[in-house]
Design a protein around this ligand. Structure first.
Ligand SMILES: NC(=O)c1ccc[n+]([C@@H]2O[C@H](COP(=O)([O-])OP(=O)(O)OC[C@H]3O[C@@H](n4cnc5c(N)ncnc54)[C@H](OP(=O)(O)O)[C@@H]3O)[C@@H](O)[C@H]2O)c1
Length: 330
């Protein structure tokens, strides 16, 4: 079988670099082009410097026709890119930005093309993803929070308000420098941002409420900037009628056929998932409160790893192909 030809757009960015690293070792896929607006013509390994000796590819300006195109651009730029670069309809598109997570329809009168995107959370929409030509990859916080709440929501047991405290590494904000991404601010520091209003709440609401069919309780989400580079560690608690044993059985049953999401018996620490495509969950009951802890790597299960997982499903491959990764562990 020929390898799946892949192109990546937004090549110098963090998610693009991570995608390229995974695909270099994927048994069924090959990256034939990495497009960059800022660095066309220079070797990919001159930007993603750990790749020295692993690729001779240079960033390109024009894209060849490929089986799949990954868009790793900032928010709002994917639709613009598709508008300006007519992509052949036979090329499948996986968008890591947020352009099509809420409104799945793309239509361009300019280049006479239309695409409809499926929301790419395999633990919720795998049946649709395997048939999809276009996937909108979820946000990193959105993935963590949905995976922590999905079994409750799907069983109509998510009735009481949820308190969510989630801390993220600095790579979650991309490679661009800002005051709060600066080493002097971030190092030895901790801070909150966008309390109760983070943009991922919209996609979380949409998928957990089944497009508004099931009413959801308030999700009180406080995002926190952490003093580390990668990973998300979140705790969520809510009143719940299930005992701890019943909740564990519910979560284990829900995720039994999903290879990357697992309930752990042990309290979690972030390095168990950093550098892997895993999402780990832990459950604890205290009086009437159910506490769910969730951890994942924002650049892998929260972005590029999940994008490859979606590619595997869209092309009928083993869902785990190319994603047998090694955690840093300690
Ligand atoms: N970082 C994460 O953990 C994470 C997780 C989930 C989802 N996402 C989403 O994935 C997308 C990419 O994220 P990222 O972290 O890879 O971002 P990033 O490091 O900032 O990279 C984005 C890349 O987009 C390209 N670009 C093209 N036009 C641009 C413009 N006008 N302004 C800025 N960049 C432009 C640049 O690459 P060239 O100069 O090479 O063209 C840039 O390096 C975003 O939509 C982000 O929200 C990120």
């Amino acid at each position: 079988m020929n390898k799946i030809s892949c192109a990546i757009v937004g090549g110098t960015g963090y998610t693009a670099g991570e995608l390229f690293r995974i695909l270099l070792n994927h048994p069924n896929a090959e990256v034939v082009a990495v497009q960059s607006t800022s660095s066309a013509g220079v070797p990919v390994s001159s930007v993603h410097r750990d790749l020295i000796g692993e690729t001779e590819l240079c960033f390109c300006d024009e894209l060849p026709s490929t089986d799949v195109l990954f868009l790793c651009l900032g928010h709002g730029l994917s639709a613009d890119f598709l508008e300006k670069h007519p992509i052949t309809p036979k090329t499948k598109v996986i968008d890591l930005g947020n352009d099509f997570r809420l409104d799945p329809h793309f239509h361009s009168a300019l280049n006479n093309s239309a695409r409809t995107f499926v929301y790419g959370l395999p633990e919720r929409f795998r049946d649709q993803i395997v048939k999809a030509d276009n996937v909108a990859n979820p946000g990193c916080f959105a993935t963590a929070i949905q995976l922590a709440l999905l079994p409750l929501a799907q069983s109509r047991l998510l009735r009481e308000e949820v308190h969510i405290h989630a801390i993220t590494g600095s790579t979650g904000a991309g490679r661009g420098l800002s005051e709060t991404a600066h080493f002097s601010y971030r190092s030895n520091n901790i801070s909150i941002y966008k309390p109760f209003t983070h943009q991922h709440l919209d996609e979380i609401h949409r998928s957990l409420s089944r497009d508004g069919k099931d009413p959801l309780p308030p999700l009180n989400f406080i995002p926190v900037r952490g003093d580390f580079t990668r990973g998300i560690f979140a705790t969520l608690y809510t009143r719940c009628p299930l005992s701890e044993k019943e909740a564990k059985a519910l979560y284990t049953g829900y995720y039994q056929h999903h290879p990357f999401t697992r309930l752990s018996e042990f309290t979690l620490s972030l390095k168990e998932v950093v550098n892997t495509n895993k999402c780990l969950l832990h459950i604890h009951k205290h009086n009437e409160y159910l506490l769910v802890t969730v951890i994942l790597d924002n650049l892998l299960k929260g972005a590029s790893g999940q994008a490859v997982q979606n590619m595997n499903l869209m092309f009928g491959l083993d869902e785990k192909a190319g994603l047998y990764l090694k955690s840093v562990a300690f």
